[in-house]
Design a protein around this ligand. Structure first.
Ligand code: IMP
Length: 427
């Protein structure tokens, strides 16, 4: 299968970093298509433990070309820090490219993300405050600054001065905060431009060429389907298309190019930030999962909300993405549980529903209907084949296959690359 998208199927943090690092071994190109430095992909491999926010998790494989597509919003300071950090630890960042069409996160986006969140009060989304929403707002508002603009200084200065004029009216008028300064930002971003110039190119052409030559391309998603701007738990979502379809617009790729779409699910659910999560466990079971699995945000360090696997949003996620298979991560965490619950339906205002309601407030009223499965209570981190898993763990995976309506392809049983069960090859 030459072109496979790997996307988050829940609320992000499903463990995509490990999976992409693992699958990258078999591909020629890893292309990231959405999100920004709100993402935090943790990778543990023979070179150490890394937390990546922007650079695709394929960077650890010397032969692999890594691409940040036009659908990503880039904070140049974060990107340069990440490149420097990787190089300092001996990871070569030489086959790495950034789309000239990718929009940039500017200092006023970071400022506005904070000001907007504070003004929302109790209704705050709990954003990562990385400027994501304001940057995408400027993109669709047609006053964004793109990576390629850094290479054309006159165009850049003109665009920047227009944007800053508008932003300062909002910053000073609406939020009564200090205005941002054109010259300061211009000089700073020109310096970024000089450093990033060797990486900036038309990545859409590179992806097209790779596909023409029948190369294997992994399309790397960020965040998760329940954070998608259209199909997530709006307004408690991120500002981009996190679903597989986002790879088309986010890289310049026709939909007929997909050979497979794999949804990454954690064996239970987590969420950071506000918004409904029907299976959230506010009791000691939730606390046990959080502590045992060290469920803290890779970007913000916030404790993640933990709960049982939600088969209702899972099936929905499989439907709106069109998953051809699913990847299950952190199955080993459930080894501590005497029994495991899976949500198969919701009770909403006295009715049983099997599809999530469209509104966040209705979803918040949904009571999960659980099915209880036996736990296995033994260490599974050494399993390498499906049959190495205890019968109860296999039954759990099979039940998820039924609920999601697609087969499992990969099961992760530990953080290291080799702690993986390949059920069917993706590439
Ligand atoms: P933003 O993307 O920073 O605007 O945040 C919007 C919502 O998405 C918040 O609830 C964040 O916690 C959540 N979010 C953004 N990125 C991630 C991620 O990589 N993992 C998990 N949640 C995320």
């Amino acid at each position: 299968m030459p072109t496979v998208a790997v996307v988050g199927a829940q609320w992000g943090d499903e463990g995509k970093g490990k999976i992409i690092d693992l699958l990258a071994e078999k591909v020629d190109m890893v292309a990231r298509f959405s999100g920004g430095s709100n993402a935090g992909h943790t990778v543990v491999n023979p070179q150490g433990e890394f937390k990546l926010h922007l650079v695709p998790s394929g960077v650890f494989h010397p032969g692999v070309t890594c691409v940040i597509g036009n659908g990503v919003v880039i904070d140049p300071a974060v990107l340069m820090g990440e490149i420097d950090g990787l190089k300092a630890r001996g990871v070569a960042v030489d086959r790495f490219f950034v789309s000239d069409r990718a929009h940039l996160i500017m200092p006023y986006h970071l400022l506005l993300d904070g000001l907007e969140e504070e003004s929302r009060g109790k209704g705050a989304i709990g954003t990562t405050r990385r400027g994501i929403g304001p940057a995408y707002m400027d993109k669709v508002g047609r006053i964004g600054i793109r990576a390629g603009d850094l290479l054309e200084r006159d165009t850049f200065r003109e665009g920047l001065s227009q944007a800053i004029e508008q932003k300062n009216r909002i910053i000073t008028g609406l939020y009564k905060a200090e205005p941002v300064k054109l010259d300061e930002i211009y000089d700073q971003y020109c310096q970024y431009g000089e450093r990033l110039a060797p990486f900036i190119t038309s990545t859409d052409l590179m992806v097209a060429e790779a596909l023409e030559q029948n190369k294997k391309v992994l399309l790397e998603g960020a965040q998760g389907t329940l954070l998608d701007i259209d199909f997530g738990t709006y307004p408690f979502v991120t500002s981009t298309t996190t679903m597989a379809g986002g790879a088309c617009g986010g890289l310049g790729l026709g939909p007929l190019r997909f050979d497979g779409i794999a949804g990454v699910f954690k064996a239970y659910c987590t969420r950071v930030g506000s918004g409904p999560m029907p299976t959230e466990l506010l009791d000691e079971t939730g606390e046990r999962i959080r502590e045992h699995a060290n469920e803290r945000g890779a970007t913000t360090g916030r404790p993640r909300r933990c709960g049982w696997f939600d088969g209702v949003v899972g099936r929905y996620s499989a439907r709106v993405n069109g998953f051809s298979s699913f990847i299950l991560t952190r199955l080993d965490i459930l080894s501590i549980m005497p029994s495991i619950k899976v949500c198969t339906a919701y009770k909403l205002d006295g009715e049983t529903v099997v599809d999530p309601p469209y509104s966040a407030s209705a979803l918040a009223r949904c009571e999960p209907v659980y099915e209880e499965l036996p736990g296995w209570n033994i260490d599974i981190t050494t399993a390498r084949k499906f049959d190495d898993l205890p019968e109860q763990a296999r039954s759990y995976v099979k039940r998820l296959e039924e609920l999601l309506g697609c087969p499992a392809s990969v099961i992760s049983v530990g953080e290291r690359r080799e702690q993986t069960v390949i059920v069917r090859e993706l590439f």
